[in-house]
Design a protein around this ligand. Structure first.
Ligand SMILES: C[S@@+](CC[C@H](N)C(=O)[O-])C[C@H]1O[C@@H](n2cnc3c(N)ncnc32)[C@H](O)[C@@H]1O
Length: 207
């Protein structure tokens, strides 16, 4: 069964990406060390994670102009920090502006299978927890209209708790407003295929 690492490495190879950013690391051996790319950095406020930048994603995005002399763009950004819809929305919007043309954003934990794994704030420090990332991801526009033609710009690959892949660029998102309205677990559970634009790995790699 494929993992987030396989997906990220697949996209790096497919598009010839060179610069990778990971938000939320925990332990670099789990994913970060296995990413095969020319240049990579990661961010995590927990010293145990041994991240390149020991700080929250908000602090990182606020300061990254000075870190990178205002020039750095990333080709692929993996968002896997604080798993609340509110924080993921911030991380996503900040990432859009650090993304190079033709770049991709990956979001982890988009497809929770049980409501009990989605309670915010996290009820217990251990055990399965995906937070309510799904609430934000459900609102990302799945297509963008370019020259009158609808083009897909977001899929959730049905692997490893659901890995969202956005490749619409800045333009793709700025033309849309997130759909408003409250999404209940029941609504999500019934309509997850459509809300996430779920796709199986074998179909995704043929796109
Ligand atoms: C699920 S783990 C990351 C796992 C890792 N990306 C992987 O693929 O194995 C989530 C991490 O996000 C970190 N985190 C929590 N709040 C954060 C924030 N505001 N900004 C960045 N990272 C955060 C936590 O310290 C934790 O190490």
């Amino acid at each position: 069964m494929q993992t987030r690492t396989d997906l990220i490495n697949f996209l790096i190879k497919k598009h010839g990406y060179k610069r990778y950013l990971e938000i939320g690391v925990q332990n670099t051996a789990q994913n970060f060390d296995k990413i095969e790319v020319e240049y990579k950095v990661c961010v995590d406020p927990d010293p145990k994670a041994k991240a390149s930048y020991l700080m929250t994603s908000d602090e990182f995005f606020e300061n990254c102009k000075s870190f990178f002399m205002n020039e750095m763009k990333f080709d692929i950004i993996f968002i896997d920090g604080m798993h609340t819809a509110e924080q993921v929305k911030k991380d996503f919007e900040n990432s859009i502006y650090l993304l190079s043309e033709g770049g991709s954003i990956i979001l982890h934990d988009c497809n929770p299978l049980k409501e009990e794994y989605t309670i915010v704030p996290r009820p217990k420090p251990t055990g399965n927890w995906h937070g309510d990332v799904y609430k934000f991801v459900s609102r990302i526009p799945k297509t963008n209209i370019i020259s009158g033609i609808p083009k897909n710009q977001f899929y959730t690959v049905n692997i490893d708790c659901g890995c969202g892949v956005y490749f619409g660029g800045i333009d793709g998102i700025s033309r849309h407003r997130y759909k408003s309205g409250l999404l209940t677990w029941q609504m999500f559970d019934k309509n997850r295929n459509e809300l996430l634009n779920l796709i199986e790995w074998d179909d995704f790699i043929k796109l």
